[in-house]
Ligand binder design. Structure first.
Ligand code: DI6
Ligand code: FE
Length: 415
């Protein structure tokens, strides 16, 4: 340990979220954190500061603030055009989400608006939605395609997502979701659309380096397990990891299929079976729970948190920010809902937007905890206890966000 370190934060209370730390939240009271370049160089107690930390040229007094890892929103659909406010009104009059989809509305109405939008428009819209998340300490966000469905618009959505990552102070993980719904030009020919996706749109996204992972919506109103399997096989052939919207509205066995392909995550999971939970445990597939969609669709079936715990399936929490089932711009609100609706503990909820969300993106070696060697992405909070992040509703106690070792300001403009 002789390297020169660049910066040091002292007088902090650290919720390291490191596994096996032996304290709730992996907490280190009277802690300090040292940064070299963009990485965390050292984490520990004030009374064990190494010499290199004392010599760091930039020294910050956290004044007793709690510091957590930068938050990770691991499941969003932030790149789209249009609004679904009228559909919201219809649902309040009693028309179901599935019925609206069957009538050709729902996801397809967003597809229509997104196809008509330019890459500039899409990036600007996504950025405007992202600001609220950034203000709450999000340092990594996943963004899916899936509102284009033709090659051109899927790629445009993914390029817009990449552009957001270059323009705003946030790391973007881009996921190809061409199998979100069957597009109008393939209506009644779902297998032919899957052929097209496997032969054209997915390889095109992979070739341009636009996809970090591949997702699908396995559901009665979308793609069957057999169709999903073909997409997963194509993804595997292209060397891309997979994840799945599974068991959101019904049990299709999607989560077990995802586990068979060693998926990074299976997401939603209100209707997941015990057998699928066991399969996920065996594969190390993260359960991504989306309380915003549960709330907004007035779902009553709760995902089996107790089963996930019993089998050691890591649980992540995300906004699922999208125009149809979760028009949500607050990850902290999702912590509250995860605790109140799903009976998760505040500590589990925080792990769900840090360590386990990182794992849901395959980034657990780089981000998600405060540990030496990881990226220096962390947040200073004006709170007295980490449970406050889940406890208070509609408050944003984020004081400062450090990204790659540097204080971050503003949300950035589209370039
Ligand atoms: N499940 C969801 O909750 C979102 N996508 C999906 O597969 C909803 C997307 C939408 O309604 O626009
Ligand atoms: Fe989703």
């Amino acid at each position: 340990m002789n390297a020169e370190w660049d910066a040091l934060w002292v007088n902090a209370r650290l919720a390291t979220m490191a596994p096996g730390a032996g304290t709730p939240y992996g907490a280190i009271e009277a802690g300090a954190i040292a940064v070299a370049g963009e990485r965390i160089a050292w984490v520990g107690t004030m009374d064990s500061l190494p010499e290199a930390a004392r010599r760091a040229p930039r020294r910050h007094d956290a004044g007793g603030a709690w510091i957590t890892p930068g938050l990770v929103d691991c499941h969003t659909h932030l790149v789209y055009a249009g609004s679904r406010a009228e559909e919201f009104e219809q649902r309040l009059e009693g028309v179901s989400y599935e019925e609206i989809a069957r009538r050709g509305g729902g996801i397809l109405s967003t597809v229509e608006a997104t196809r008509a939008a330019s890459e500039d428009d899409l990036a600007a819209l996504a950025l405007s939605r992202l600001h609220a998340l950034l203000a709450e300490g999000v340092t990594t966000v996943e963004i899916k395609s899936g509102y284009g469905l033709d090659v051109e618009t899927e790629l445009r959505q993914l390029r817009a997502a990449r552009r957001v990552g270059r323009s705003a102070p946030v790391d973007v993980v881009a996921t190809f979701l061409g199998a979100h719904v069957v597009p109008p030009e393939y209506r009644g020919r779902t297998d032919a659309y899957v052929d097209f996706l496997c032969a054209e749109s997915l390889p095109a996204a992979a070739e341009e380096g636009l996809a970090d992972a591949v997702d699908a919506f396995c559901e009665r109103i979308a793609f069957s397990p057999a169709q999903t399997e073909r997409i997963f096989e194509t993804a595997a052939g292209l060397g891309l990891p997979v994840k799945l919207h599974a068991e959101q509205l019904s049990d299709q066995g999607g989560a077990a299929l995802a586990a068979r392909f060693r998926a990074l995550s299976a997401d939603h999971l209100e209707y997941v079976s015990d057998a699928s939970v066991e399969a996920m445990a065996g594969a190390g597939t993260v359960a991504v729970l989306l309380p915003g969609a549960f709330y907004f669709l007035r779902e009553t079936r709760v995902p089996p948190v107790e089963r996930f715990r019993a089998h050691g399936v890591p649980i992540a929490i995300s906004t699922d920010s999208n125009p149809g089932s979760s028009p949500v711009g607050s990850l902290l609100l999702m912590l509250s809902m995860a605790c109140t609706f799903f009976r998760m503990t505040p500590e589990e909820a925080l792990a769900g937007v840090t360590r386990n969300a990182a794992a849901a993106l395959g980034r657990e070696a780089q981000i998600g905890t405060l540990e030496a060697g990881k990226r220096a992405d962390f947040v200073l909070w004006d709170i007295d206890h980490p449970a406050e992040l889940a406890y208070r509703v509609g408050f944003n106690p984020c004081r400062e966000v450090i990204r790659g070792g540097r204080s971050r300001s503003g949300g950035g403009d589209v370039r």
